[in-house]
Ligand binder design. Structure first.
Ligand SMILES: Cc1cc2nc3c(=O)[nH]c(=O)nc-3n(C[C@H](O)[C@H](O)[C@H](O)COP(=O)(O)OP(=O)(O)OC[C@H]3O[C@@H](n4cnc5c(N)ncnc54)[C@H](O)[C@@H]3O)c2cc1C
Length: 480
């Protein structure tokens, strides 16, 4: 790979202080944070929507603990953990602090729970050892084969796609230029030492680059003349359980971590369904998100070892996503060769670190000379965004806006008001999948069989297209 070449900025070039490459949860969190300062910022995303990489297909566990104390990743998790209620209320993002039980099925695992507890306490987080009976009292669906448990009361679940979209909407509301369908194809340096970033939609000139390109971060680094870093996809498969069963889960149920794996877990979602997974398999193709029957059978077998009432007839969907794996699983630091290139990637806990990671990026940029000061007129919150499914009695909501009475997705109780809001947001949905990511529509038992036509129709009205040409996903079209 060659280093950066030099060029003069053209007249059509946009100039900003900071260009963020990648519209996943980390890139958008950084964009939202910087948007409340005096820095000028643009966000460049290859796909035609945000939340299309790892941030689209994860479990959304806002973990309070992921590894030993003393690492920057652990510090960022610990700093983020107490902030979720305030942050998600401000950004109108679904969040539930359910707490978790980690379940030991034999004496060896029980011994491991004691070590895990010590590590969690050393991170400054709460954890409590439980007897078998206490574990089953915390989560009555847990197997009576359980010999011990560990209560982790600070764990929560968040809607990771809604969080990513909300970060992007706050950033855009505060003036960040969010450029979708703008894959970065080259990075050069001009005579003033500024980066010149070539995208499919023009050129951006900037002083600092935040490299939040996930599994493509190594490629971006090499384009900019930075370190030769290797990233590869680590696939995780999930099975989704219907809300009819999942609604009775009280807590996240973790299997006992071992030295090599965090195992298969049972994770309630903010929508009321539950996820079984994830697996972890390294491979080479970032677009490979295929699931397979053998893995799904393994997920059900493992999960039913924790919660025996789980059976495969409760499954409504499978999916997979790829973690951005690397020899440095958490990279939040300046490049060793290019002092204005800041790497911001995380393999397995990017959602959980995102609030504190964004603050940390701002501190690093300021210490490198950005001088981004707080902006008094910047919005810190998004307008309230009520969801029909959160109301036992929605009559007041419907009286205020009759579109809440028009239910488009019956399985997930999503109304026309929510879909139209997603289609008119600062970073709007532009496909059926974009509406799903923002509202949960199509996510339920019928998987969109009944509501896709209605969503396509509303999307067509907002995007000035015909329903037959509305895109199904950020990349494809209906029927493709
Ligand atoms: C199966 C699975 C389960 C997980 N579970 C959890 C969990 O429970 N809790 C948790 O905290 N974390 C979890 N994670 C990890 C979490 O999903 C990631 O750490 C996080 O999503 C990484 O976010 P990101 O923004 O760095 O990357 P991504 O979301 O991958 O975003 C990178 C973006 O960069 C864009 N891009 C790439 N190349 C270019 C280019 N040339 N130009 C412009 N844009 C480009 C991509 O299109 C993409 O949108 C899980 C991950 C997986 C896969």
């Amino acid at each position: 790979m060659t280093g950066p070449s030099h060029a003069r900025a053209g007249a059509e070039t946009d100039t900003v202080d900071v260009a963020i490459i990648g519209g996943g949860v980390l890139g958008t969190a950084v964009a939202a944070r910087l948007s409340t300062t005096t820095a000028s910022v643009c966000l460049l995303e290859a796909e035609s929507d945000v939340a299309e990489g790892a941030s689209k297909g994860n479990a959304g566990v806002a973990v309070s603990y992921y590894g030993p104390p003393g690492t920057l990743e652990t510090q960022l998790i610990t700093a983020s953990t107490p902030r979720w209620e305030e942050l998600t209320a401000r950004l109108s993002v679904p969040y539930r602090r359910l707490g978790a039980v980690m379940v030991a099925l034999d004496d060896e695992q029980a011994h491991h729970l004691e070590e895990t507890r010590e590590e969690i306490l050393a991170c400054g987080v709460r954890a409590e050892l439980l007897t078998s009976a206490q574990t089953c009292a915390q989560e009555p669906l847990v197997t009576d084969r359980c010999v011990a448990g560990l209560l982790m009361p600070d764990e929560g679940v968040i809607d990771p796609m809604a969080l990513t979209v909300a970060y992007a909407n706050l950033a855009a509301s505060n003036g960040v230029s969010v450029r979708l369908a703008s894959p970065v194809t080259a990075i050069r340096t001009d005579d003033d030492g500024r980066h010149l970033i070539t995208t499919a939609q023009g050129t951006v000139r900037c002083r600092f680059i935040v490299n939040a390109a996930g599994v493509a971060a190594g490629r971006i680094s090499r384009m900019a003349g930075g370190e030769d870093m290797r990233y590869w996809p680590r696939k995780g498969q999930y099975a989704v359980l219907d809300r009819a069963f999942a609604g009775s889960l009280r807590r996240i149920v973790f299997s006992t971590h071992s030295a090599t794996t965090k195992g298969i877990n049972v994770v309630p979602t903010t929508h009321g369904s539950a996820l079984l997974g994830p697996t972890a398999n390294d491979h080479e193709e970032p677009d490979d998100k295929a699931t397979d029957a053998d893995t799904v059978a393994m997920l059900v077998a493992s999960a039913s070892g924790l919660v025996p009432s789980i059976t495969d007839d409760l499954i409504i969907k499978y999916f997979a996503a790829n973690r951005p794996a690397s020899d440095e699983p958490h990279r939040l630091r300046f490049d060793e060769r290019i002092p204005t290139l800041l790497h911001c990637t995380n393999r397995s806990a990017g959602v959980s670190i995102s609030p504190a990671a964004a603050d940390h990026v701002l501190e690093l940029l300021n210490s490198a000379g950005l001088d981004a000061q707080p902006r008094r007129d910047a919005a810190q919150a998004l307008p309230p965004a009520p969801r029909l499914r959160d109301y036992d009695d929605p009559s007041e909501l419907i009286a205020a806006d009759p579109q809440y009475g028009q239910v488009v997705c019956a399985c997930e109780h999503v109304s026309a008001a929510e879909i139209n809001r997603a289609l008119a947001a600062p970073v709007p949905a532009s496909s059926v999948d974009g509406v799903r990511k923002r509202t949960g529509a199509t996510y339920g038992r019928c998987q969109g069989s009944l509501c896709s036509a209605g969503i396509s129709f509303l999307t067509a009205l907002h995007t000035n297209t015909g329903p037959a040409t509305v895109k199904q996903t950020a990349r494809g079209t209906v029927g493709s």
